[in-house]
Every structure is written in structure tokens, then in C-alpha cells.
Design a protein around this ligand. Structure first.
Ligand code: DX5
Ligand code: ZN
Length: 224
């Protein structure tokens, strides 16, 4: 397992108060967030609708942290340019939505930002074998995508370990990210698989003190 110096926390705005979005973004920045995770949903690939480039642009204008944009949409290639122009630093597409995954990843990289690939809980890790060399980030869904506040699927631990191994063997500069059900009390066990970036929505935004929660998460994730 490759140990990296610091684990990153990416609060997912899905659980933020959208009526006070700027305040919420500032609050997690002050609280020690490393990235801001934005969930884009289309009501087709996942049974929920969220935000598009207009909102990403507004977040970009009130925040200097990198924006980690998670595209849970069909045919993501139609919107890559719009999301890059809006200020995304990472654009992650799902394996399940991209029949021409290599082409989509190249298109993101040609737009000058980091390209990520994500897989749903039931999608096997072998779907990544031929793309690991080309991506900057792998995002493992540890819940079925669509909603915040779900429970971590335990089988994700095995999956994360397998992907960590694949990254170390094929392309060690890839960052490994996990998304769904990450809490203060399970992050240590998840971190032991070699995750670099933890997305957390409800654990942070439903807590009383964002700073305390992020600190506790980092502390638990760091001490392996
Ligand atoms: C789910 C989203 C997640 C979600 C995580 O489809 O991709 O980013 O906000 O929420 P929690 O941390 O509450 O599971
Ligand atoms: Zn997400």
C-alpha cells in the first residue's frame, strides 16, 4: 500500500443548505476542507436532479479551493466544455455512462483539467484496467449514487484495496477517492485501504461543528 503524506477531505455540497450556499462554502473552507465536491445529477442515470454549470460557476466565484465535480449524468461528453468553463478542476465521469471512456477521458484532459473515472457499487474493478494509465483520479462509489445520507456498503473496502493495488502497479500518481457513507467513526477503517480523498456530505453538513468534524476525520484517517 502506498502511504501518502496527507489525506484530503472533500465536503459534498449535496447536504449543504442551498439557500445559503455561499455561507456554507465559506464555512467548510474555514473548517479545513481540501476540495469542494459538487454532485451533478440528471434524473436519468440517477433518480435525482441537482445542479449544472451555472451553480458551479457561482461556487467558483466565492471559493478558491479546487472544485471536484462528479458527473452522474448520461452522455457527459455533451457538457464537458461547459463544466470546464464554469471552473471545474476535476471532472469525473462514470464508467457506466461512457461507452467510449478513453475518448471521454482524453477530451477532459485536452480541456486542461484533471480527469476522473467513477464506478458504481456493482461495477467490477476490472472495468478500470485499461484506463488507469490515462486518468488522474478514480472515484469509488460506496453507496448507490443519487442521494446523500446513505450507509457505507461494506464490500467497498475490498474494492478499494483492489483498486489501490492496481494504481500502485500501473500508475501511482492516480488519486483514489471514495464517496458515500463516510463518517467520523468509519473513516479510519476505510483509510486503511489506501484512499487519498474522502467525500463526506451529511457527516459534515449535518454536524454541529464543521471544523471539529473535519479535524476528527483527518485525524482518524491519518493515523493508520
Ligand atoms: C451520492 C453523492 C455523494 C453524496 C454523499 O450520489 O455522489 O457525493 O453527497 O453523501 P454522504 O456523505 O451523506 O453519503
Ligand atoms: Zn459525489
Amino acid at each position: 500500500m502506498t502511504k501518502k503524506a496527507s489525506k484530503k477531505i472533500a465536503p459534498s455540497l449535496l447536504s449543504a443548505n442551498f439557500a445559503r450556499l455561499e455561507e456554507e462554502v465559506h464555512a467548510v473552507v474555514q473548517a479545513g476542507a481540501d476540495l469542494i465536491h459538487v454532485d451533478v445529477m440528471d434524473g436519468h442515470f440517477v433518480p435525482n436532479l441537482t445542479v449544472g454549470p451555472v451553480v458551479i460557476e457561482a461556487i467558483r466565484d466565492c471559493c478558491t479551493l479546487p472544485l471536484d465535480v462528479h458527473l452522474m449524468i448520461e452522455k457527459p461528453e455533451r457538457y464537458l466544455e461547459d463544466f470546464v468553463k464554469a471552473g471545474s478542476h476535476y471532472l469525473t465521469v462514470h464508467v457506466e455512462t461512457c461507452p467510449h471512456l478513453h475518448r471521454t477521458i482524453q477530451a477532459i484532459k485536452e480541456l486542461g483539467i484533471k480527469a476522473g473515472v467513477s464506478l458504481n457499487p456493482a461495477t467490477p474493478i476490472k472495468t478500470l484496467e485499461n484506463i488507469v494509465e490515462d486518468v488522474d483520479l478514480i472515484l469509488v462509489m460506496s453507496v448507490n449514487p443519487g442521494f446523500g445520507g446513505q450507509s457505507f456498503i461494506p464490500n467497498s473496502l475490498k474494492k478499494l484495496s483492489g483498486i489501490r493495488k492496481m494504481i500502485d502497479e500501473i500508475n501511482p500518481r492516480v488519486e483514489l477517492e471514495v464517496d458515500g457513507g463516510i463518517k467520523v467513526d468509519n473513516i479510519k477503517q476505510i483509510a486503511a485501504t489506501g484512499v487519498d480523498i474522502f467525500v463526506a456530505g451529511s457527516a459534515i453538513f449535518k454536524s454541529q461543528n464543521y471544523k471539529e468534524t473535519i479535524e476528527q476525520m483527518k485525524k482518524a484517517a491519518q493515523f493508520l
